[in-house]
Design a protein around this ligand. Structure first.
Ligand SMILES: C[S@@+](CC[C@H](N)C(=O)[O-])C[C@H]1O[C@@H](n2cnc3c(N)ncnc32)[C@H](O)[C@@H]1O
Length: 203
């Protein structure tokens, strides 16, 4: 089956930006560690980074779940996973090419799911959120995260001609959207320099 038009555009956009992806914002590691902390992972847990890109969140996820846990990163852009491999992220996690709307894992296995920089790139965010809810444990946490403020992100997308649906993370929309996707919003931190919507399964 071919890629949808949206996913093909997303892949094209990120393919040209994958090399050196993390070098553009070297100070973001602290925010990524903080976002992963919000998942409250424990040793032995299964953690998923949905739209993992170069895998920046994978080291703190591995640190949180320890050697007995499992860390899975999924991304639709092969060039991003090449960058993850170059940075050694495949040594600490499983990195898979795929659509996060169809995850290659069983129901109810994940204790924590990170969706960093992902939601504005989803044409059917509720459908994808439902897939994330499918793989989540009943007490799992989902972190919808951006290491940049929402308005600055929208301006960046506009400047770069990104194919982005920035309304997906609008503060008025994110709660109902998460609810539609099987999640209950617990906390919204819509700060000038980052964005975090933390949710738990609502089923
Ligand atoms: C802004 S980048 C963020 C990458 C990484 N999470 C980070 O924060 O550095 C968005 C990523 O989501 C991926 N992506 C977008 N839609 C996707 C989908 N439906 N399935 C899997 N990956 C997707 C893109 O390929 C891209 O690597």
């Amino acid at each position: 089956m071919g890629l949808s038009r949206d996913l093909a555009q997303t892949r094209e956009f990120f393919t040209s930006r994958a090399a050196g992806w993390e070098d553009r914002h070297p100070d973001d590691d602290v925010l990524f560690r903080w976002a992963v902390d919000q998942l409250m992972l424990s040793p032995g847990d299964v953690a998923i980074d949905a739209g993992c890109g170069s895998g920046r969140a994978l080291p703190p996820m591995r640190a949180a779940v320890g050697p007995r846990g499992a860390v899975l990163g999924v991304d639709a852009t092969p060039a991003m996973l090449h960058e993850a491999a170059r940075l050694g992220r495949q040594a600490i996690s499983v990195c898979a090419i795929g659509d996060v709307g169809r995850l290659p894992v069983r129901d109810g296995c994940a204790a924590g799911i990170l969706a960093a920089g992902l939601l504005p790139h989803l044409p059917d965010p509720a459908g994808t959120l439902r897939e994330l809810a499918r793989v989540a444990q009943p007490d799992a946490r989902l972190a919808v995260f951006h290491p940049i403020g929402r308005l600055a992100l929208a301006a960046r997308h506009k400047d770069r001609g990104a194919h982005a649906h920035d309304m997906n993370i609008d503060p008025h929309r994110i709660g109902p959207l998460l609810a539609h996707g099987g999640w209950a919003l617990e906390l919204l931190d819509d700060a000038p320099d980052h964005y975090l919507a933390l949710a738990v399964p609502n089923g």
